[in-house]
Design a protein around this ligand. Structure first.
Ligand SMILES: Nc1nc2c(c(=O)[nH]1)N[C@H]1C(S)=C(S)[C@@H](COP(=O)(O)OP(=O)(O)OC[C@H]3O[C@@H](n4cnc5c(=O)[nH]c(N)nc54)[C@H](O)[C@@H]3O)O[C@H]1N2
Ligand SMILES: Nc1nc2c(c(=O)[nH]1)N[C@H]1C(S)=C(S)[C@@H](COP(=O)(O)OP(=O)(O)OC[C@H]3O[C@@H](n4cnc5c(=O)[nH]c(N)nc54)[C@H](O)[C@@H]3O)O[C@H]1N2
Ligand code: SF4
Ligand SMILES: [Mo]
Length: 746
């Protein structure tokens, strides 16, 4: 027997947004080691524990390798051809019977970490011509896109905090030390923050929990969940009141300064203090410090995006950066110039963004970017009438655990006529499918980060090749969508020559070809970029640089990069300005309602060794003491006589869960926290390791009716809950609510 050689591969970790370079050694299909790639110019050797667990996903015996079909007698393996036939026949038949909108589509988070899915899923989606499209965007970063669209004219123009050159970093509702940064790709973020402080810079964190990031910051202020908009308004109030506004060169291409000045006049720090819990003096000082810093940047992430006024928060964060001149300049909030410029690519197709209020059938929620809020998915399935969703496709998503009132969604999924899931696991969501189509994943795929090069604190580019061939006959996500597209569009273009030609071109496309064209056409490309053509990028050239290429720090690019009609930053878009009336009514004129014992405010949290709902099947990541606990300040616990570890029942409007209390001085009194992504006790799931430590789902408590009505994003922060003790000997294994045990189709 010949001795197999040890191979070394360099690639980008595809798990979170940080884009860390990793070095993997393997022999004979077995992984020997995974470590940080010191030669990656961006991440310089940094990794987190999840990268090492990439091998657990690769080796996971529970990972699906062949299509599955639900039958009365259980799950049956299918060949791909039959699986594709069943799926397309059922979808077609349901659309014929109930209309196009009877098919819904939900795309989850790993979509944005997979360029094949990014490029090919939309082509399939178009053949469905349904308006019932949903994604994890509306439980996540929708407010950033909303603000980008109305302020800069393009929903993908998303400012990134230039933390490597900033002197003052104000963080609202983000915990990069656990999440590794979001809408701010910054591998090794802990070091970057340390360097900021070493340069003499300051970090201030606003969070209802003294997080890992807050603990390292120069200052941390507790804030009552859901009230950040008031803090930002009061800071802006101070900026104008004390004549600190100084937009500098931005002035010549910014409109709406006066409107902002007038709008914030109503929101004094004193008013904000009572509601936010941050004193007026602290708010004033924060505004002054921000303005006095040589450079400063305000950044807000999931904790402020998933609020009743998430869009207002993201808007005001941009406004604060702009009126203080900390925008489009080093050390402030800046735009990237990525090698594949998706902003320009969308613009060339006339796609800048889209907004239609009152768009969803049942509740009249808005459509943003061609999507409806996922908070409306269950009601669109459950409510009879024209346009009711009868069939659902889920791809790379686990909405039963990741969207508000997951329990209601679960009941809705059980009522569908047909469901198909493109997913690597039989989990809480996909167990409701009739057919599961499992793609090749992770180390079996080539990788280029279309999304995160756009959101990075430095311009870089990197292409990684797959380490291993997909198992057996497994197909890539893009191949699955390509095949579904072909089969769905068969016959429909028989007569139209132009459409046939287009189909012919599409049929020959692969992600590699598309990426190559986009790189060549991009700002560093061989076809007309800023560099001399012969030095320009192509996929072939990028492949020769396995550690990736550095394209330099972020550069000022305004006003050229604006897409607004008048090439001006719109500081005070009407939709956002008008939404301040809703905010005033909500905070200053609330209906008189008793709390009825619902006197705690619930928020979420993330852990470094977790990734949303789907990495709990790695024993390496899940080991240690149970993490799905209810964090509570010891003072709050003492008042109610709770002991550490005490089992309690947490009740919200939509449901209840049973969970142990964990004392934590980190919590703001009155606020409790449960991490999301747990609840692996559902029957039928095939996640052997996760099911041993199931936890409960916070999204059985979060409310589908709590939403930022302006943009449609879910409001996870500040769910009112009641907490009651359970006997010490209570077996805590599952959620309280009865789960649908039978999955019979009507
Ligand atoms: N309460 C609360 N809820 C939250 C959040 C919160 O902070 N608090 N955060 C929200 C956020 S930011 C997000 S992004 C969402 C995430 O919401 P989702 O995207 O719906 O959930 P994930 O847990 O990321 O599920 C990913 C799914 O993709 C599958 N998968 C993994 N790799 C692949 C692959 O290569 N191909 C395919 N086809 N499938 C794959 C996994 O098995 C899993 O089923 O959750 C949201 N939910
Ligand atoms: N390890 C790990 N990394 C991840 C993920 C993961 O699940 N695990 N998920 C990835 C995904 S999909 C995303 S979107 C990013 C998210 O990245 P981050 O936004 O950094 O995520 P979190 O750690 O949830 O931080 C949110 C913070 O908001 C705080 N918060 C809650 N409510 C409020 C409020 O009302 N006001 C304020 N000011 N703060 C509030 C919470 O206490 C928490 O500290 O992380 C990504 N990275
Ligand atoms: S920080 Fe994110 S990208 Fe880096 S190794 Fe960890 S999971 Fe992978
Ligand atoms: Mo996310």
């Amino acid at each position: 027997m010949p001795v197999e050689q040890i191979h070394t591969n360099f690639r980008t970790c595809n798990l979170c947004e940080a884009m860390c370079g990793i070095k993997i050694t393997h022999r004979d299909g077995k992984i020997l080691s995974i470590s940080g790639d010191k030669d990656d110019p961006f991440s310089q050797g940094h990794i987190c524990p999840k990268a090492v667990a990439l091998q657990d996903i690769y080796n996971d015996p529970d990972r699906l390798k062949q299509p599955l079909r639900r039958t009365k007698g259980g799950w049956e393996k299918l060949n791909w051809d039959d699986a594709f036939d069943i799926v397309t026949n059922r979808l077609r038949e349901i659309q014929k019977r109930h209309g196009r909108n009877a098919v819904g589509f939900y795309q989850g988070n790993p979509t944005v970490h997979n360029s094949g899915t990014m490029l090919f899923a939309p082509l399939f989606f178009r053949t469905l011509r349904t308006k019932n499209r949903f994604s994890a965007t509306s439980v996540d970063q929708l407010p950033h896109h909303f603000a980008g669209f109305f302020m800069f004219g393009h929903q993908l123009l998303l400012p990134v905090p230039d933390i490597d050159r900033s002197d003052f970093f104000l963080i609202l509702g983000a915990n990069p030390l656990a999440s590794n940064g979001s809408m701010m790709t910054a591998p090794g973020v802990a070091n970057r923050l340390k360097n900021l402080q070493k340069r003499g810079g300051k970090i201030v964190v606003i969070d209802p929990r003294r997080t890992e990031t807050a603990a390292k910051a120069d200052a941390h202020h507790f804030i009552r969940p859901g009230t950040d908009a008031l803090l930002l308004l009061a800071m802006l109030h101070t900026v104008f009141e004390e004549n600190l506004a100084d937009p500098g060169r931005l002035k010549s291409f910014t409109t709406g300064m006066d409107a902002i000045k007038i709008a914030v006049a109503d929101f004094s720090p004193e008013k904000a203090a009572t509601l936010t819990g941050i004193s007026a003096a602290t708010i004033r000082q924060l505004a002054r410090d921000f303005c006095a810093a040589k450079t400063a940047v305000c950044y807000g992430r999931i904790g402020v995006s998933t609020q009743t006024f998430g869009a207002i928060c993201q808007w005001l964060i941009n406004v604060l950066n702009i009126v203080t001149g900390n925008f489009d300049r080093p050390g402030g909030a800046m735009f990237t110039t990525p090698a594949i410029d998706v902003v320009q690519q969308f613009a060339k197709q006339g796609r800048f963004g889209y907004y239609k209020p009152s768009a969803s059938r049942v509740r009249g929620l808005p459509n943003f970017g061609g999507e409806l809020p996922v908070s409306a998915l269950a009601e669109e399935i459950l409510t009879a009438g024209d346009g009711q969703i009868k069939a659902l496709i889920t791809s790379s998503g686990n909405p039963v655990l990741s969207t508000p009132n997951g329990d209601q969604l679960e009941r809705a999924l059980a009522k569908l006529e047909f469901m198909v899931s493109v997913d690597i696991y039989l989990n809480e969501t996909t167990r409701h499918a009739d057919i599961i189509l499992p793609p090749a994943t992770g180390l079996e795929t080539d990788h280029y980060d279309l999304s995160f090069h756009l959101l990075a604190v430095r311009n870089t580019a990197k292409y990684s090749r797959a380490l291993f061939e997909p198992a057996n006959s497994a197909k890539y996500d893009w191949e699955i969508f390509n095949e579904l597209r072909k089969r769905m569009s068969r016959n429909s273009h028989k007569k139209n020559l132009a459409a046939r030609l287009q189909q012919g071109i599409l049929n020959r496309m692969t992600p590699e070809r598309m990426l190559d064209i986009a790189l060549r056409r991009g700002p560093y490309g061989v076809w007309g970029g800023r560099k001399l053509a012969k030095d320009g990028l192509s996929l072939k050239k990028l492949k020769k640089q396995p550690h990736g290429v550095d394209l330099g720090p972020l550069r000022p690019c305004l006003p050229q990069r604006l897409f607004t009609a008048d090439k001006q930053i719109q500081l005070a878009p009407e939709v956002l300005l008008n939404d301040l009336q809703r905010l005033k009514a909500h905070f200053f004129d609330p209906p008189a309602a008793g709390k009825n014992g619902f006197d705690f405010s619930l928020i979420g949290r993330r852990h470094l060794r977790s990734n949303n709902s789907w990495m709990h099947n790695s024993s390496r990541l899940i080991k240690g003491k149970p993490r799905c606990t209810l964090l509570m300040h010891p003072q709050d616990a003492a008042k109610r006589g709770f002991s550490d570890g005490q089992p309690v029942e947490v009740t919200a409007r939509v449901g209840a869960v049973q969970i142990p209390v964990e004392f934590s001085e980190e919590m703001m009194p009155g606020v409790v926290s449960i991490p999301h992504g747990w609840g692996h006790h559902r029957p039928e799931i095939q996640l052997q390791i996760a099911a041993k430590q199931p936890g409960v789902s916070i999204n059985d408590l979060t409310d589908d009716q709590m939403i930022d009505e302006l943009c449609g994003n879910a409001a996870f922060s500040n769910v009112c809950v009641k907490i009651t003790p359970l006997p010490e000997n209570t077996q805590l294994l599952s959620g309280m609510k009865a789960k649908p045990e039978t999955l019979d189709r009507p």
